[in-house]
Structures are given as structure tokens and as C-alpha cells.
Design a protein around this ligand. Sequence first.
Ligand code: FES
Length: 56
Amino acid sequence: MVVCVCNAIKEKDLRAAVRNGADRPSKVYAQLGRKPKCGQCLAFARTIIESQVATA
Ligand code: FES
């Protein structure tokens, strides 16, 4: 599933970034070498980050 349309970030990329230590959207995007653009994805990204952190 694509989380961020602007940057073509998939859920699995986001979860991998969290496993590598990113704990909020700005860190996830930075780790992936991207920047949030429109911001539409941030709430969803936070939800995924929280669920990934909870299962870590
Ligand atoms: S959908 Fe992620 S910045 Fe636009």
C-alpha cells in the first residue's frame, strides 16, 4: 500500500525505517531521503509508525 503519494513511499518502506530507528514522520522521510510535500500522508504515517513501534 502506498502511504505517501507525493514521494511514492510504501507501507513496507515506512515500517523498515521505523525498525531502523525512525520514530516520527520527519525522521522516516529523512531516512528515506525524502521530504513531506503536501502533508496529506502524515496522519496515516503516524498511525503506521505507532503500530510498528507497538509490535517492536
Ligand atoms: S502524500 Fe505524502 S507528502 Fe503528499
